[in-house]
Design a protein around this ligand. Structure first.
Ligand code: GUN
Length: 287
């Protein structure tokens, strides 16, 4: 079997187009422009790239982008004061604090200071609780993008065996909740899982989010399974810097039914979902 390639880049462009249409209607009919504030503390190079990309795409769909770049030695009190200001700013509908934060800042404290209604990352403890209990919440962008691609490919996911590799708060855990919400039988595997290849071989759906380059091999994959690769790993190969996922693409694509490439799979969907979440937050704030 040669896997169908799930084109996240094209899908993300469609989602952004839908968001842009909705934003244009909001402006025309109600005079409202959604606004997203992105906060970056320090100079982590990967974070700088993400933040630039988020700002650019926010403007491209017609929303207002507010970028706040703070020094690496910003105090917790200063950061909390900024979040408080953004919470109370009616022009700001979504707030994103780019992670990871410098070590001296308490990430949980900072994230939980964001107004849950403006928490477009879906990381606030009350959004985590709402998602876990099947209530309306803000849903983390990367798992939401994965779910959208899976629903688009399969229609219903009901009754399917899903294995999520990785247990992070950003991807693994919310991904498992979303798949459970769509009536999958869900296994969360991780670095300590015994017989990981065997566990993965049971899956109709594999979501790889471990952050280890090309860890998941083709002979771990059940014939015809759908493979969603969340990994973005920069490695050096033959003297060149290349981007690879958590899945060994060539060997997995030879047995899978469908697979997301890296780059061009999950990555573009994450920002598209961030824009969709900002639009949702804006619409909810105006009833
Ligand atoms: N760092 C890596 N991924 C993310 C994300 O989805 N949101 C935020 N805020 N920071 C991140």
């Amino acid at each position: 079997m040669v896997a169908q390639v799930i084109d996240g880049k094209a899908f993300a462009a469609t989602v952004r187009g839908q968001v842009a249409d909705h934003v244009a209607r909001l402006k025309e009919e109600h005079g409202i422009t959604p606004g997203l504030a992105v906060v970056l503390v320090g100079e982590d190079p990967a974070s700088q790239v993400y933040v630039r990309s988020k700002g650019k795409q926010t403007v491209e769909v017609g929303m207002n982008s507010y970028e706040h770049k703070l020094d690496a030695d910003t105090s917790e009190a200063e950061l909390l004061a900024l979040i408080d200001k953004l919470n109370n700013d009616p022009a700001v509908h979504g707030i994103l604090v780019q992670l990871p934060l410098p070590k001296h800042l308490n990430e949980d404290l900072v994230i939980n200071a964001i107004d849950p209604a403006k928490d477009v990352d879906g990381f606030h403890i009350s959004n985590v609780g709402l998602l876990g209990t099947g209530q309306k919440s803000m849903v983390p962008c990367t798992p939401l993008g994965c779910l959208m691609m899976l629903r688009d490919h399969h229609g219903s996911l009901s009754g399917m065996d899903a294995v999520v590799i990785g247990r992070s708060n950003i991807v693994g855990k919310p991904m498992a909740q979303l798949l459970l919400g769509d009536s999958c039988t869900v296994t969360i595997a991780h670095s300590r899982t015994r017989n990981l290849p065997e566990v993965v071989r049971r899956a109709d759906i594999v979501v790889a989010a471990v952050g280890r380059p090309e860890m998941v091999q083709g002979d771990w994959i059940k014939e015809g399974a759908t493979v969603i690769d969340v990994g973005i790993n920069r490695i050096e190969r033959d003297g060149k810097k290349v981007l690879v996922g958590d899945v060994h693409y060539e060997s997995a694509a030879a047995v899978a039914g469908a697979i997301t490439p890296v780059p061009g799979g999950v990555g573009p969907m994450t920002i598209a979902c961030l824009l969709a979440n900002t639009l949702t937050a804006c619409c909810r704030s105006h009833g």
